[in-house]
Design a protein around this ligand. Sequence first.
Ligand code: ADP
Ligand code: ZN
Length: 430
Amino acid sequence: MFWQKDIETINRRNLESLQLKRLQQTVSRAYKNIPFYTDKFLEIHMKPKDIISLRDIRKLPFTSREDLRANYPFGLLAVDKEQVVRLHTSSGTTGKPKAIFFSKKDINQAAELIARCLVMTGTTKGDVLQNMMTYGLFTGALVMHYGAEKVGVLVIPAGPGNTQRQIALMQDFKSTALHITPSYALYLASVMHNEGLDPRRDLSLRRAYLGSEPYSEETRSKIENYFGIDVYNSYGLSEMNGPGVAFECIEKNGMHLWEDNFILEIIDPETGETVPEGEKGELVLTTLCREAMPILRYRTRDIVTIMPGKCRCGRTHRRISRIIGRSDDMIIIRGVNIFPQQIEQVLMGIKAVAQNYQIVLEAYDQMTVRVEISKDLFDGRVEHLVSLRNEITEKLRSEILVRPKVELLEPGTLPVSEGKSTRVIDKRTL
Ligand code: ADP
Ligand code: ZN
């Protein structure tokens, strides 16, 4: 099923000429209306008319999250303030937030992209979407909300948390789809399990959209099997509207990135050079349709690859892989580079592991993985725990090449996050 079949299946040649036209317009507007970009262009002696082909995008300066912070609050606005109808900020763990502005047209465009994503995965009029992302300054919930309403879906603006109420809402209003973080989905599953509820019998769920934080195929399977639903990966970031940037189709094999709205590049985070086709690198995005706040070559810090070949669904927009990591949350231990997702993937592949875990880094490069395991394993048989701990340690070692200390915990020991979860606690001083 398609929301905008023509544009979703546009041939590559037409797509690229559309991209070039929109890139030229975006660059001219940024140059004319945003002093930050005017200065950057002057520095490198470039004019918008120097963009003659798509390849010329490589001549443009990058925009970093530091640039967004330095220009907070209004510095990157390309329109009069009266044209702005919504403000979002990006969470950002340190320092000033990043302000993201939407004009009416931008709100509508972001909703269109979500509509494509929902319809592509079978959600349509008649569906009931329980939106468990955080409403408020975050983009996650509201952007999805507007897109779902556009399709004609009934949206329940539940927000995260209050798990008993979530379950009641799902039962009373027969929710068919969820929009939720992977960590909260796992938590929801464990609460339902402990209460003797069976999602296949007691709920009407058919699918869930999981995003906003990294997770593995193992976590997807765990959630699909428990709820008896299809789970689709959803990728976005506030700087690029929020959700709806890239989304899985029913093939569940990479996320189509809407290339009529964004130009995608994959670069080596160290050198800034484009990596060869198919290699992993940092995703860099340029907005093509944003009115209030166009952004050129934004360094997302998210590490991905482009999936090769055509997708069976018929869409021509290229697919990116699951997010392999964020270049800034890579852990380096004794010279070995480790992404938290590698640890998650191992843990979620082990049946006895419940839903929550934490990685603690301490002095002298010590890594402790604290992991909650199923209640029934605390049956007083110490040898069960010892052998499980050995199994987890060994599997982690063979994946990350470093032997961590593993601590087994009873379910409910670690804090539960409602929004993005904090998995890595870094206590190292250097
Ligand atoms: P912040 O950068 O402050 O966390 P956002 O709330 O905009 O701000 O989060 C965007 C980031 O969330 C992305 O850059 C990415 O790292 C992460 N993210 C979003 N969706 C996914 C997903 N499906 N898989 C992995 N990571 C994701
Ligand atoms: Zn597809």
